[in-house]
Design a protein around this ligand. Structure first.
Ligand code: PRX
Length: 635
């Protein structure tokens, strides 16, 4: 018998040790006993971080939708698979049973096939949080097409970049979307993007807001009539364990977004296993993750992980503040949510509005609270624990990344004693290492450094789409034979991990991963801008916010600074999306640079964070005089 469900601390340690000593035996047992395969593997794990290459369950054949849908039909056919809660609380929630989900995924898969989509083709999904989003991803998986979901808050330019990077043939979208009181013209954004995407021949449009939209002859089609006439039986494509399942873009510290490639079998096994344990999911629980499926959290813990366990997963279209700040808690009460998984930024925003809106609702169904996406500060942790969990529901602070596919360091609720701001212990199978800047592993406890992982886990991203060299350089070159996470961490006296934040130029704003380079590129397009540098600074709701230092060309000097600020933020919104707007923009005569011309972000970061007494030696800079002037004009 495998240890699929861990129930107490001793068992955790015992299973953890086994997963480290005999990783292949351990994962083989989990895979064998808890999933359906068309053919078993020839080998469990082949790997070499030097190439780098990782293969799990090589030679196995399967389809992930048979694991997420078909195998549940006999025993859970009437059980709700997806519970859709619309933006408007007056609109009825929709309960999509496993049987209904199967029908809708199969119909959608047949439509894709009909439109010429084949195994291995890339399909871009730019859909708001409505059932079609989950169904479209599963329909792609059903026929072996590789889905590339793009968060429906990204701009036309960002969408076009992602479509072109992976040569998507088709885009699935909707006429528009509701977000709180706002209506967003999604199809308009797609039309704009597609002016730059010659490879897209088909656009399928789901009807959500019933607006009048432009439909391009020969390219755009309404989805529903096609679904209505499609058969609800679609034979699952038999996939190799290592066939790509999806591409998901994430920001890097430099360059274009990275299309992380996740493959089929390992991703399925790991997301399912972590879901079961990290949420202690039991058969009749209603599980709710508030993330968007456009991010990895939604892929792994709204769609694949929960469905692989036959769970009920709630999909919420709206925002926490609409129609008021009690919305999350109203939903918890209404659907008797058992596990609630959200981001620290949402907790901080809600905490600001007091506990009255919380106390108005019955939250007694909650058993587990989760946090993800950024470090959770102590105040937010306690607010969450006291007011939402009533000190009875353990908080799991789950550390992981788009690249890791699933949770890496997290407490297991009711098993691992929690500690505020600590992600605590590595999950089963995960071998973290803390290294110093030279790459020496720091052994023992009470150490702090950079977080690496020493051994492959089943859901590690296998490559960056179209750029394996970049994958190697980004993750496997900094430290020998280890995956480098880009995060700093400390290990305390009992071996608990605390994530201390990014050590590169990625800034996490409201839980969103933003690289500085694309934002600077957008700013530099402004005709009045000579140069720019972005850094993060602490923000009480967003965690970190963006501070931009900008030098102007002569033509900019005579312009109103307020107008320039607006224009620059508009450019960022157009190129990337509103999430990347700058909170503060300081115009300065110059930026501090090394003698080789590199901008010294470290100094700018300290100034933005008001840590001026700790700037270090600036005398070796090319232009030390600008530092004082930047300090004097600090916002
Ligand atoms: O810096 C870490 C932070 O988010 C980064 C990964 O971002 P992304 O790929 O967008 O995935 C987010 C959802 C899994 C990490 O490198 N991060 C994520 N979770 C935590 C965290 N930082 C601290 N504590 C966490 N629990």
């Amino acid at each position: 018998m495998s240890n699929y469900h861990i129930k107490h601390l001793e068992e955790y340690y015992q299973v953890y040790r086994k997963s480290i000593r005999e990783p292949e035996n351990f994962w083989e047992e989990i895979a064998e006993e808890h999933f359906v395969w068309r053919k078993k593997w020839n080998s469990v794990l082949e790997w070499d971080f030097k190439i780098p290459e990782v293969k799990w369950f090589s030679g196995a054949k399967l389809n992930i939708t048979e694991n997420c849908i078909d195998r549940h039909l006999a025993t859970r056919g009437d059980k709700t698979a997806i519970l859709f809660e619309p933006n408007d609380p007056k609109e009825a929630a929709e309960h999509i049973s496993y049987t209904e989900l199967s029908k809708r995924v199969n119909q959608f898969a047949n439509v894709l096939k009909d439109k010429g989509i084949q195994k291995g083709d890339r399909v871009c999904i730019y859909v708001p949080m409505i059932p079609e989003l989950a169904i479209a991803t599963l329909a792609c998986a059903r026929i072996g097409a590789i889905h590339s979901v793009v968060f429906a808050g990204f701009s036309a330019v960002a969408l076009a970049t992602r479509i072109n990077d992976s040569d998507c043939k088709m885009v699935i979208t909707s006429d528009g979307s509701y977000r709180g009181a706002k209506i967003i013209d999604l199809k308009g954004i797609v039309d704009e993007a597609l002016e730059h995407c010659p490879g897209v021949s088909t656009v399928l449009v789901a009807k959500r807001i019933h607006s009048e939209i432009y439909m391009k002859e020969g390219r755009d089609q309404w989805l529903q009539p096609l679904l209505d006439t499609a058969s609800n039986v679609c034979e699952a494509e038999i996939m190799d364990a290592e066939d790509p399942l999806f591409i998901l873009y994430t920001s890097g510290s430099t360059g274009t977004p990275k299309g992380m490639v996740h493959t089929t079998a390992g991703y399925m096994v790991y997301t399912a296993y972590t879901f079961k344990n990290a949420f202690q999911y039991k058969e009749n629980d209603v599980y709710w993750c508030t993330a968007d499926i456009g991010w990895i959290t939604g892929h792994s813990y709204i769609v694949y992980g929960p469905l692989a366990n036959g769970a009920t997963t709630l999909l919420f279209e709206g925002v926490p503040s609409y129609p008021d700040f009690g919305r999350f808690w109203e939903i918890v009460e209404k659907h008797k949510v058992s596990q609630f998984y959200t981001a620290p930024t949402a907790i901080r925003a809600l905490a600001k509005h007091g506990t009255e809106v919380v106390d108005a609702y019955d939250l007694s169904s909650l058993k587990v609270l989760g946090s993800v996406g950024e470090p959770i500060n102590e105040e937010a942790w306690h607010w969450y624990n006291d007011n939402i969990g009533k000190k009875k529901s353990p908080i799991i602070d789950t550390w992981w990344q788009t690249e890791t596919g699933g949770m890496m360091i997290t407490p297991i609720p009711y098993v691992t004693p929690t500690k505020p701001t600590y992600a605590t212990l590595p999950f089963i199978g995960i071998q973290p290492a803390i290294v110093d800047e030279k790459g020496n592993e720091l052994s023992g406890n009470q150490v702090e450094g950079r977080l690496c992982i020493k051994f492959p886990w089943p859901s590690i991203a296998r490559t960056i789409w179209g750029n394996h060299q970049r994958y190697k350089e980004t993750y496997f070159s900094a430290y020998k034979n280890m995956y480098f996470t880009g995060d700093g961490a400390l290990r305390d006296e009992v071996g608990y991990y605390r994530i201390t934040g990014r050590v590169d130029d990625v800034i996490i704003v409201s839980g969103h991963n933003l690289g500085t380079a694309p934002i600077e590129d957008a700013i530099n397009e402004h005709p009045a801008v000579a140069e720019s540098a972005i850094v993060g600074f602490p923000h009480d709701i967003k965690g970190s916010a963006l501070y931009g230092y900008i030098t102007l060309k002569d033509i900019g000097e005579s312009r109103s600074q307020d107008n320039l600020r607006k224009e620059i933020n508009q450019l960022i919104t157009d190129r990337i999306g509103p999430i990347a707007k700058l909170d503060k923009i300081q115009f300065s005569e110059g930026l501090p640079k090394t003698r080789s011309g590199k901008i010294m972000r470290r100094i700018l970061r300290k100034i933005a964070c008001n840590e001026m007494d700790n700037l270090g030696d600036v005398s070796t800079l090319l232009n030390p005089e600008v530092v004082q002037s930047i300090i004097d004009n600090r916002l």
